[in-house]
Write a protein that binds this ligand. Structure first.
Ligand SMILES: [Fe+2]
Length: 287
């Protein structure tokens, strides 16, 4: 479906690319302003050491002049009480040495406990103690890298631990204490609404939308009634409308909207459909 009401405020369009599919990249590049790269997914193990793929880095260096690049990590585990993953910084350092990046981001969650990987990313308890810990870590990241740093809301797989803050209140405190900005994944909000009855309009009324710099849209599947945040489908119209609503209310702070999909989904979706999806988003958010 192509027809969508325009948001009136133009937003740049981006999409994920994990390398190794030059035909897909060729189709997407004329349609996007940004390519989002995840350091861990373009890494390979050589001699028992994790390092960025030389081939993928060559691909990224070749597109640097045509598009902007943003980094979106998944392995930092900023909320693990015992400390974050320093391996992530090694990959990020190596990437930033080789290509120019507009900003970098991670997820507001944790993937390990006591050094044990959970195999899933979980949302943080919204307590003062966790807020202090995360703010301290965000400030360290900002001191280490001279780039804007953004954090993204993730889905709630399990019910929330009773905390001191609402979802929006925690994010507001985080951005106001650190100066970091937010990625709002509006599909994640819809998953939380479907799975836990999350009040999206109450959240949007409370959150400081002028601190949101990037939006994510995606679509996954329902399994046993649970809406999963696997990125395997084309965006639903309701997700686009929600993103447009956020853009309208964000007073120009949203600069970029990223359509996320997993490389595993490409054969099922098809490269044509992905290109068509990016055209549809340009129309809905374009200039
Ligand atoms: Fe996302």
């Amino acid at each position: 479906m192509l027809a969508q009401a325009n948001t009136t405020i133009p937003v740049a369009i981006g999409t994920t690319y994990e390398g190794r599919d030059p035909k897909l990249l060729e189709r997407m590049l004329p349609l996007v302003d940004y390519i989002e790269v995840t350091p861990e997914t373009i890494a390979e193990v050589h001699d028992h050491k994790l390092a960025l793929s030389h081939d993928v880095m060559t691909e990224l260096k070749n597109i640097e002049k045509e598009t902007q690049i943003v980094v979106h990590g998944v392995g930092l585990s900023i909320g693990s009480h015992e400390g974050w993953s320093s391996n992530y910084f090694q990959l990020l350092d190596a990437l930033l040495e080789q290509i120019d990046v507009a900003w970098h981001s991670e997820h507001l969650g944790y993937t390990k406990v006591d050094g044990q990987h959970l195999g899933i990313m979980l949302a943080l308890p919204k307590t003062d103690q966790v807020l202090d810990m995360v703010c301290e870590r965000v400030i360290k990241i900002q001191e280490r890298y001279p780039l804007p740093f953004l954090l993204e809301n993730i889905v709630h797989v399990i019910p929330d631990f009773p905390g001191d803050y609402s979802e929006a209140g925690f994010l507001n405190a985080l951005v106001n204490r650190t100066g970091c900005r937010l990625i709002l994944d509006v599909y994640n909000l819809q998953c939380d609404e479907h799975n836990h009855g999350f009040d999206i309009s109450g959240f949007l009324n409370e959150i400081e939308l002028t601190k949101v710099r990037e939006l994510h849209v995606a679509c996954g599947v329902e399994h046993n009634g649970f809406l999963l945040d696997v990125h395997s489908k084309l965006t639903r119209s309701s997700t686009i409308r929600l993103a447009q609503n956020v853009v309208r209310r964000s007073e120009g702070s949203v600069e970029l909207l990223v359509y996320e999909f997993m490389p595993e989904a490409v054969p099922g979706l098809g490269r044509n459909a992905i290109a068509q999806e990016l055209r549809r988003l340009r129309l809905a958010f374009g200039d």
